[in-house]
Structures are given as C-alpha cells and as structure tokens.
Design a protein around this ligand. Sequence first.
Ligand SMILES: [Zn+2]
Ligand SMILES: [Zn+2]
Length: 296
Amino acid sequence: MSIQYPIDLHIHSTISDGLRTPAELYAQARDEGLTAFALCDHDTVAGVPIMQEVIRQETERCPDSPPLRYLPSIELSTGDGGHAHLLGFGVDANDEKLLSALCEMQEERAQRSKRMICLLKKQGIRFCCHTEEELTRPGTGRAHIARALLDMGVVNTMQQAFDRYLARGKCAYIARRYMSIADGVSLLTNAGATVVLAHPCRLNPDPQGLRALVLELMDAGLAGLEAYHPSASRQQAPLLDSMARSLGLLVTGGSDYHGDANCCVRMGRMPSGWKNPEEDFLALMEAVEKHRAQGM
Ligand SMILES: [Zn+2]
Ligand SMILES: [Zn+2]
C-alpha cells in the first residue's frame, strides 16, 4: 500500500526523461501539498539553476507564501549496466570534475542512441527526421526511444518497447560502460553531495547481500538509503528503514515521479510506514549543510 507524503525527494523533469518542466513540477508540487522536494534528473545537473530560477520568480510573485524547500540533486547511473542509481543531494552544479564526467556520459549516451536507432531501422521501423534528431541529442536514452516507439504506435506500452527491442539481449540493445558504484559515490561526494542509494530493492532484493554492499559503499562515503520508493513493498520499506538506521545512515523517500499521467506513480506517493519524513528530511538537510561546509 502506498500513501501520500508531504516530502518527495526523487522527481524527474524534462531535463532528463521526465515529461514536465521544472516550472510545471514546482506548480504541481505546490498543488499536491508538498512542503519539500528534490529534482533528481538522470546524469545531469542542468535542471539545478533552472529550478532555482523558478523558485526565485515564484517568491517574487508571491512574497507572502514561503517557497517549497528544494534540494538541488542528481540521480547518477553506475555499476553493471548502469542499474545502481545514486542520489546526490545538495550537489554542487558547478563542480568541474562532475560536469566533465557527466558530459562524457551524455555524449556516450547520444552515440548509443544513434546505434540503437540504426538497429531499430533494420527491424523495419521508420523514424521521421525530426524524431531521429530529437532522439540522438546528448542526454537522450532508452526511455526516450521507448516513448517515441509508443507515440509512433510501434508498441502499446513503454514496457513492451523494452521487452521487444531495448532490454538487455534484445535486438536493438547496445551495452554501455558505467563507472563503478563506489567511484560514483566518490565523484558525487567530492562534488559536495550527500549520497543516498536509490531504490535499493531494485539493486538487490536480498537483505544480506544488500547489507554487504551498503557496508562496502559506506567506505566510499555512502550516507543513506532511499527506503521509501514505489519499488519497495510494504514489507521491504521498513526493513530498509531499520537497516539504514542501524548502520547510522540517513533515510529518504521519493516517488520517482516522471510526469506520466497514465502510470501508477504519483508525486509524493510512496510505501506506507515512513514514520517521520519531516525529521528525516531535516537530518538530510543538516548532513548536506555539514558536508558542504567541510568542502569549503
Ligand atoms: Zn533510478
Ligand atoms: Zn529516478
């Protein structure tokens, strides 16, 4: 069972593969009654200054209502197949090392999209010039291609696009190389971020195996676990919560909302059982501020 929380620390915008702009998300977050949120676009920090500007304008427009609390963040793909996702809260969007690593990733991603489109064409799928150009821009990936296939009527769902063409081992799949999870934790930590392992159950549903991995990543600087995410069941979420607390780690929660209206993921909705999101959010903010102060 999932319930609505006032805090959502995992949201995607059009800056990566979400469907809503930062401004639309901010307005929606306000309408949904959120009090705090984090924009965590995949492998990019380009949305950070955009969201900051949105908030500046909103504050100017409505000086009497305090702006929603916002944490500049990123979701970095690492590990085998890029399946280990790290949330970097409070990331410095101007960190040069991070920016150059991200630039390399985006460029590689665009090259990969080009190769995947070639393979799809060999399957007889026709793309119009405009779509093809859009799909090979830096930063585009499999989700964009899947959505295009859905819009073109080639498949009936995004999942079908993956199952038929884009998943590992399927005819249009191209493997990518990713940095190790530990290297990702270090990269983000050095860029001022407080690093949390996203949707841990997706990475390893076995609690023993996950605990061993988490202990290893703590050496690299891992600071928390995203215990409350739609991928965790009602039973798994509290287990992740207590694993994090027993290891002295932060607990976070996020919906992974991508703006899809016809998808069960909703902004602010996560598994039930998160007892004190506000307290955990304040602990995260404190960790972010402390970490950023140490780096200065
Ligand atoms: Zn993710
Ligand atoms: Zn995500």
